[in-house]
Design a binder for this molecule. Sequence first.
Ligand code: ADP
Ligand code: MG
Length: 342
Amino acid sequence: MDASPHPEIYSTDLSTYTSLTIHGLGSSDENPAEITLLRSESFPAPRSLEDVVSLPRDENWAPLSLPKDGAHLELELTDSISEGRIGLAYSVRVINDSANLNLPDLCIKLVKPEFGRTLAREAWFYEQLAREQGYEGVVTPRCFGFFTVPLKDCLDVEGRPVSHINPWENITIHPEPDPDWADKREDTLWWLPDDPPSYQEYYDDSDGWKSGSPWNKWRSSPSDPLICVLVLEKLGKFYICENIRPGGGKQEDHEELELDDMRDLVRDVTSTGVVHGDLRFRNVVRATRDVVCPRHERAHRWRLIDFDTATRIRITPENPEDFRYAMKSSVWTIGQPYFWGW
Ligand SMILES: Nc1ncnc2c1ncn2[C@@H]1O[C@H](COP(=O)(O)OP(=O)(O)O)[C@@H](O)[C@H]1O
Ligand SMILES: [Mg+2]
């Protein structure tokens, strides 16, 4: 891989682009518009913990500094891929890439208006994984950055305000509320795992990474929506196995092989301290390139996506229980009823 201008990350993916223009995303009442977004800072999580042990500050927890005078990427929305709880995934075509990278197929994850803060958090997990060699692009899709723009700053070619964001026109606002939160009022659906006041004992933000972020107090505003986009490598279909039997019957050998590869992916991710938190078949998608995993010495057949409800532990000899618990519970989830969405 090329040397990164960011010494703290391993590939150029996250450090190349400063701005992004998307065609086909929105329009004024009269004309289509090209919408330009700027690179935005990610939103760090607090440390998640089982062991209540205080640890020295870890500077690697910081959001990545924004690339300065970076390249510009111009994309056009093509097809809708899928809608999730917070996001709408679209295939895109590259119209222009001022960095002239040898880009893979790309897609964007645009969030529904209330989930900008959530996508800023997901962006932080991609950054965290890019700080260690052999994760971003190996166990996850490659990630080319997190970009935002207030809708009120977007104009069409004649200077008229953009009034429609096409993917937002027909969205299901809350297709699958988290069962644990279903009894809560709707206005807490944007909460991150570390937001509920009753969960504060499981998190430590004494270093202030979360509370010091401008995203912490950000709230969506129907009168001033923020367009937030993550640019990702486009992968294949999510995992669905024909042998799924409600109630969990005996599974075929082939399926066990696939699930074993997913367990390896989960071991990889968790070994960085990132705990995915939403391991379901829809969040495991088919790899489209063979990239040898340095830990397994073979290419994984799958990639993990959707880190918006992930958490992060610190792995040190002082708090062994955090790692033990995270690894055991994450690997165990693969193939369990939650994984199949039962
Ligand atoms: N990089 C990608 N490549 C291919 N498909 C993707 C990609 N990212 C998302 N998708 C598709 O879009 C769906 C929703 O994306 P996801 O990140 O899971 O959003 P949400 O957080 O809303 O669940 C996924 O289940 C998957 O089908
Ligand atoms: Mg999802």
